[in-house]
Design a protein around this ligand. Structure first.
Ligand SMILES: CC(=O)SCCNC(=O)CCNC(=O)[C@H](O)C(C)(C)COP(=O)(O)OP(=O)(O)OC[C@H]1O[C@@H](n2cnc3c(N)ncnc32)[C@H](O)[C@@H]1OP(=O)(O)O
Ligand SMILES: O=CC(=O)O
Ligand SMILES: [Mg+2]
Length: 531
């Protein structure tokens, strides 16, 4: 179906999709795509070229050509009132019920996620935009199959949207015969339909930007923002965006990223899960940079500490917010013991962040909002943030960022089993359109599943030995797959198991964990299997 010049919509028109896929909105997205997709593609090519250099032994460093930016005295533009206090931010997919719960959760900010927490089925992508419009209009409602009615309370969180990363496309919309960029689609539709209304309501078009690998990728976003604001006649600088520093290469360009976006910046976020994934992915060719079991790669290991300390220092020097990350422990309303452990672990994580100077943090579940709020209240009190707290004493070198050693770390059979089982269970969930899941009481999403599968790949590639003795080989991994899938079948029962997509998930897992060549993102082959 062609609704705008050169634009084809290949997905079916679900309920109210016509409100989102209007000719004017599609034309706007097409203009964004025509203007910026060539640069997106060039930057993806640069990622591949950089990878080839890393594979050949080059090590990242702070860029000589941008020293003047790092050493210069500049600050980002101030953020609007409703982004000044971000002490607790809840995240979640663009699911209708969850969005209402998140907006009502008591968190200051809600990040509605088209990335790590979302499986980009056509229904989720366009249905998510319908939900966003209703949220902006404060009219979003939902009735559960049990008859429970959900609607917004009087005080709701500030809405921030995370579009997909630069690597993803949306196959259901073609512009001049090409699949449209997922980033430009998610951003473009939200901005087109809501920017003016958000401003009328005293808030604004706010974004989180995922998985950037360089300041040039930030520059591309900045160019997109200027183009979009001009096109709608909205002043430049109205959009505010927080960049996730969640690749190890971006850690070397934090100042430059803030600088590129200085009129649109709302700070940086320490996206810990993708960061660990990126450390594995970027140094996958190096036997001396193999990580131990993912459970041992905590925020207190030296390289994770180094990057978060540098992030706080960099942000505060530039007058920008430093936002913490996601502790993966999920509370339980059914099991008091699980709940107690989750609350204690999350508290510990948030205390470390608040004491380290972060201005706010992420939580994955409404029941974690009170504990995170209490911790940040304890440090911030009535202040909206602690940006004035400079961390000039922090001294992080390239060597600190790249020293991936984990003291006392080991690769164990338990760690391997967990990676295999979680990656398969997560992929199965993703294939059913559910992009975040609680598995063994932990939040698993695209980023954590990437760690699980890339660890298996890395251990096989380098013939790592388990602490128990055997080497990690494809045969061992396949045997563990059999055993773990049996356990899942038994736990679910044959009927539920049979209704699932476990065989497909297993095949996908093998594609991203056992293939000789490293697959850049698991979501790329997995996307072939949805819709
Ligand atoms: C690496 C990163 O990028 S982190 C950011 C991306 N990841 C995320 O955003 C994950 C967000 N969290 C989640 O999706 C969920 O918390 C999960 C999947 C981990 C667990 O969800 P559930 O198994 O449904 O948890 P549980 O059964 O305890 O939920 C209780 C209630 O809280 C709601 N809830 C749970 N998490 C959220 C959330 N993040 N936002 C809104 N509501 C939520 C549930 O919908 C449920 O509501 P109901 O009682 O009205 O039915
Ligand atoms: O997006 C957040 C992360 O930890 O990854
Ligand atoms: Mg991430």
């Amino acid at each position: 179906m062609a609704l705008a010049e050169g634009v084809e919509v290949l997905g079916p028109l679900g309920p109210r999709f016509d409100e989102i896929l209007t000719p004017a909105a599609l034309d706007f997205v097409a203009r964004l795509h025509r203007e910026f997709n060539p640069t997106r593609e060039a930057l993806l090519k640069q990622r591949a070229e950089r990878q080839a250099r890393l594979d050949a032994g080059e090590m990242p460093d702070f860029l000589p050509g941008t020293r003047h930016i790092r050493e210069g005295d500049w600050r980002v533009a101030p953020v609007p009132r409703d982004l000044q206090d971000r002490r607790v931010e809840i995240t979640g997919p663009v699911d209708r019920k969850m969005m209402i719960n998140a907006l009502n959760s008591g968190a200051r900010v809600f990040m509605a996620d088209f990335e790590d927490a979302n499986s980009p089925t056509w229904e989720n992508v366009i249905g998510g935009q319908v939900n966003l419009v209703d949220a902006v209009e404060r009219r979003i409602e939902y009735t559960s199959p049990e008859g429970k009615v959900y609607r917004l309370g009087d005080t709701i969180a500030t809405l921030v949207v995370r579009p997909r990363g630069w690597h993803l496309v949306e196959k259901h919309i073609r512009v001049d015969g090409q699949p449209v960029s997922g980033s430009l689609l998610d951003f473009g539709l939200y901005f087109f339909h809501n920017a003016r209304r958000l401003l009328e309501k005293g808030t604004g078009p706010y974004f989180y930007l995922p998985k950037l690998e360089s300041h040039l990728e930030a520059r591309l976003w900045n160019d997109v923002f200027n183009f979009a604001q001009d096109a709608l006649g909205i002043p430049r600088g109205t959009i505010k965006a927080t960049v996730l520093v969640e690749t190890i290469l971006a850690a070397f360009e934090m100042d430059e990223i803030l600088y590129e976006l200085r009129d649109h910046s709302a700070g940086l976020n320490a996206g810990r899960w993708d960061y660990i994934f990126s450390a594995i992915k970027k140094f996958r060719s190096r036997p001396d940079m193999v990580l131990p079991d993912r459970a041992q790669v905590t925020m207190t290991v030296p390289f994770m500490r180094a990057y978060t300390e540098l992030l706080v220092k960099t942000c505060h020097r530039r007058g920008a917010h430093a936002i913490g990350g996601m502790a993966a422990f999920i509370p339980s309303r059914k099991d008091p013991r699980v709940n107690e452990v989750a609350l204690a672990k999350v508290r510990e994580d948030k205390v470390r962040e608040a004491q380290g100077g972060f201005d706010g943090t992420w939580v994955a579940h409404p029941d974690l909002v009170p504990v995170a709020t209490e911790v940040f209240d304890g440090i911030l009190g009535a202040r909206p943030n602690q940006i004035e707290r400079r961390r000039d004493e922090v001294d992080v070198s390239a060597r600190d960022l790249l020293d991936l050693r984990v003291p006392g770390g080991s690769i164990t059979e338990g760690g391997l089993r967990n990676n295999v089982s979680v990656a398969i269970q997560y992929l199965e969930s993703w294939l059913r359109g559910v992009g975040a899941a609680a598995i063994y009481n932990l939040m698993e999403d695209a980023a954590t599943a990437e760690i699980a599968r890339s660890q298996v790949w890395q251990w096989v590639r380098h013939g790592a030995h388990l602490a128990e003795g055997p080497r990690v080989t494809p045969d061992l991994v396949r045997r563990i797959e059999d055993e773990e899938i049996d356990k899942i079948r038994q736990a679910l029962g044959p009927e539920t198991f049979g209704r699932g997509r476990f065989e497909e998930a297993r095949a996908l897992f093998e594609e991203v964990a056992l293939r000789g060549e490293f697959v850049e993102f698991l979501t790329i082959p997995a996307y072939e299997h949805i819709d």
